[in-house]
Every structure is written in structure tokens, then in C-alpha cells.
Design a protein around this ligand. Structure first.
Ligand code: ADP
Ligand code: ADP
Ligand code: ZN
Length: 215
């Protein structure tokens, strides 16, 4: 299964990607996670990406295109992969097409998650992530058993620096200007299935799975 999860920040891409990863035994490729790890490690790529990420803008296409091209060549992608947060521009989508062509692979589906702007803001301001294992939570919609601690590993739950309301609103604008054209891009390619992402996590999960089985 080779698929893209498409949708604005906070739509639930990461949440659904983790579920699909367990279900199908294929890796989640989150460019956001890869970039945050590079920032944390202070690599040259991380140093380059940091200012764009802090401002809620997009990291330059050539950086993320390079990350994904390399990642797709790894052995664990042989059975498939879930792209989460990539592509985010038409240029990235075109580059992905070329990378896959060179590997003799093809996308099976693009699942888009649709969520209202105000719901996105509420999801992102309440999002928390485990510092140790990366598991995601929400203070209201998916709370941990013990406040501030990860259910899986007991690690501390942190709020991302870019999940502040002003930055969030900017990221949502960037999405609507630069990323939302990909909905039509993949619809024209006959790959798009849209799921109503406003529903509860478990309901969205069922519908994502059903849309993949139907396709
Ligand atoms: P994305 O990867 O698209 O930015 P996440 O999966 O990180 O989004 O979800 C953003 C926040 O919203 C997280 O705190 C997550 O727990 C929560 N969330 C995800 N899906 C839903 C949903 N269907 N309903 C309510 N909250 C959700
Ligand atoms: P979210 O799903 O909440 O928007 P991500 O973790 O996917 O967050 O991305 C966090 C930040 O990393 C983005 O705001 C952007 O600066 C950078 N980023 C991630 N993926 C890409 C991409 N494909 N192209 C450009 N920048 C990216
Ligand atoms: Zn954890």
C-alpha cells in the first residue's frame, strides 16, 4: 500500500498514519518528524530548516524533496509507505512522481482529511506529543491517562513550538495557498478519496480503511 495522507495541519494525518502503519506494517514517512529530528540534532539540514519551521512557513522544496527521495529508497519501503505531510506543493508532487517512476513504483491512493478551520485551531492548540516515543495526544479529544505523561512509555508530553495560535493561523494560510491545490491535482489523477475528518478519531479510522479497501 503506497499512499499519501493529505490535509491541513491538525487534520489528523499523523494520528491516522500511526494506525495505518500498525495495520499494514508499512512505515510512516513524516517530513515534519524528520525535519524536527534534524533540528534537534543540529545537523546542517536542521539549521537550514529551523527558521522556516519556527515561522510556520514551508521549508524549501529541494530540502524536503531530497529527504523523501532518499527515504523511499530504504528497504522498509518495499511493501509500501504512508506519506504524512508530503507533498505540500505542486513542485513536491511532481518531484514525488519522478522519484516513484525511477523506483518503478506507483501511488495506490491519496486520502484527504477535511476539517474546518476553527476545529483545526482547537486541535493544534491542544496537541501534545511524547518527548520519548513521539506518540500524539490531545488534552481534550485524546487525553492521556495521567495528565502530562505518555500512556505508552510514561515520557513527558510536550507542546510543539509552532502550535501557538498565531503560528497556527499562518500555517493554515500557507496550507490553503500552497498545499490545497494538491486536492485537485490528485483528483484529476484519479487517486483522491476524501474522508470527513471532523468525526471522532475511531470513526475517521474506519472510513479511511474502508476507502482504501474500496479503491
Ligand atoms: P496532523 O498530523 O494532520 O497535523 P495530528 O494527527 O497531529 O494532525 O492531530 C492533531 C491533534 O488533533 C492531535 O492532538 C490529535 O490527538 C487530535 N486529533 C486527531 N484526529 C482527531 C479527530 N478525529 N478528532 C479530534 N481530535 C483529533
Ligand atoms: P503539521 O501537520 O502540524 O502541519 P508537520 O509536522 O507536518 O506539521 O510540519 C511541521 C513543519 O515542518 C511545517 O510547518 C513546515 O515548516 C515543515 N515541513 C514539513 N513537511 C514539509 C514539506 N513537505 N514541505 C515544506 N515544509 C515542510
Ligand atoms: Zn511515549
Amino acid at each position: 500500500m503506497k499512499l499519501i495522507l493529505l490535509g491541513p495541519p491538525g487534520a489528523g494525518k499523523g494520528t491516522q498514519a500511526k494506525m495505518l502503519m500498525d495495520r499494514f506494517g508499512i512505515p510512516q514517512i513524516s517530513t515534519g518528524d524528520i525535519l524536527r529530528a534534524a533540528v534537534k540534532d543540529g545537523t546542517p539540514m536542521g539549521l537550514k530548516a529551523k527558521s522556516f519551521m519556527d515561522a510556520g512557513g514551508l521549508v524549501p522544496d529541494e530540502v524536503v524533496v531530497g529527504i523523501v527521495r532518499e527515504r523511499l529508497q530504504k528497504a522498509d519501503c518495499a511493501k509500501g509507505f504512508i506519506l504524512d505531510g508530503f507533498p505540500r506543493t505542486v513542485l513536491q508532487a511532481d518531484a514525488l512522481k519522478e522519484s516513484l517512476l525511477a523506483l518503478g513504483k506507483d501511488l495506490d491512493a491519496v486520502v484527504s482529511l477535511d476539517v474546518d478551520v476553527e476545529a483545526l485551531v482547537e486541535r493544534l492548540t491542544g496537541r501534545r506529543t511524547c518527548r520519548d516515543c513521539g506518540r500524539g495526544f490531545h488534552v481534550k479529544f485524546d487525553p492521556p491517562l495521567v495528565s502530562g505523561k505518555c500512556d505508552t512509555c510514561g515520557g513527558d508530553l510536550l507542546q510543539r513550538d509552532d502550535d501557538q495560535e498565531l503560528t497556527i493561523r499562518h500555517r493554515l494560510e500557507v496550507y490553503s495557498e500552497q498545499t490545497s491545490p494538491l486536492v485537485d491535482y490528485y483528483r484529476s489523477a484519479g487517486l483522491l478519496t476524501a474522508v470527513d475528518g471532523m468525526q471522532e478519531i475511531g470513526v475517521v479510522q474506519d472510513q479511511v480503511l474502508r476507502s482504501l479497501q474500496a479503491g
